[in-house]
Design a protein around this ligand. Structure first.
Ligand SMILES: Cc1cc2nc3c(=O)[nH]c(=O)nc-3n(C[C@H](O)[C@H](O)[C@H](O)COP(=O)(O)OP(=O)(O)OC[C@H]3O[C@@H](n4cnc5c(N)ncnc54)[C@H](O)[C@@H]3O)c2cc1C
Length: 232
């Protein structure tokens, strides 16, 4: 069944890095429960055949306020993200959702291996915050890619979490190319090679995510064991 459309009011827009913005929305009609890792669809009044539907992952676990927190990167010439940058508090946009199966496994996992590039870190951050809040963070490694040092999304937050929780490891990488650098491949081989059991979850654009899924498959993982969220 299709999810109902409802209006949401813009609560705030906050720059997180020079090229990413956090957008907080308040659904006007009814609360929108969701599972960390899921996304919502915004119907934007732009493009050749409006509305232009654009998907955005939730960045914060469900909050008592009912607010929905999204983060978008400013795609050069991007119609959707360009429009979002022009919004002001009090503006209203239609949305539907939540959608998606990129969520944490129900069964207890030995080691969670989360890998994200740039805004692909958004759903992973939501999961990590939700687990940390409930004190149920399993042994977890987060591999986080950014295109430049100033675009390292949530760098301070992940660094602080790694310092306070011995079961959380944060491995940041900076590389302009979407290809995972040798360092990332080596870490994955160490953690997931030789039959070691980890639960891999990868998010970002296809050029980043798909080769990494192939790497896990080369290491003996079944395609379905590697959860993927691709943005393009
Ligand atoms: C399930 C899902 C969840 C998503 N969650 C997020 C999110 O949390 N934050 C977010 O910023 N975007 C997210 N996206 C992507 C988002 O829906 C838009 O595609 C993105 O904002 C670009 O739209 P645009 O109209 O501005 O650019 P378009 O004019 O559609 O240009 C897209 C082109 O920009 C490049 N590009 C650069 N950054 C991105 C990006 N983030 N996503 C897609 N393409 C990109 C790609 O090469 C692509 O070809 C998600 C997409 C999906 C399918």
């Amino acid at each position: 069944m299709a999810e109902p459309t409802q209006l949401a009011e813009i609560v705030s827009l906050t720059a997180l890095t020079p090229h990413t913005t956090e957008l907080v929305l308040r659904p006007v009609e009814s609360p929108l429960p969701f599972t960390p890792g899921q996304w919502i669809s915004l119907q934007l009044p732009v493009g050749d055949h409006p509305p232009l539907n654009r998907a955005y992952s939730l960045a914060e676990p469900p909050a008592p306020s009912g607010h929905l927190t999204l983060v978008f990167d400013h795609v050069p010439g991007g119609k959707g993200s360009g429009y979002l940058s022009t919004l002001k508090p009090g503006d209203r946009i239609p949305l539907t959702g939540p959608y998606g199966h990129f969520v944490l496994p129900e069964a207890k996992t030995q080691h969670l291996l989360l890998i994200g590039r740039y805004s692909g870190l958004v759903p992973l951050r939501c999961m990590i915050r939700s687990l940390a809040k409930q004190d149920t963070l399993p042994s977890t490694t987060l591999i986080a890619h950014a295109p430049t040092p100033s675009e390292q999304l949530y760098h301070e937050e992940f660094t602080a979490l790694a310092a306070s929780q011995s079961n959380f490891r944060y491995l940041p990488f900076v590389s302009e190319s979407a290809d995972a650098p040798v360092g990332t491949v080596e870490v994955i081989k160490q953690l997931a090679g030789n039959g070691r059991r980890v639960t891999p979850m990868i998010a970002g654009i296809k050029a980043f995510a798909r080769p990494l899924r192939s790497l896990f498959m080369d290491l003996g993982f079944d395609r379905r064991e590697v959860k993927l969220e691709t943005y393009d």
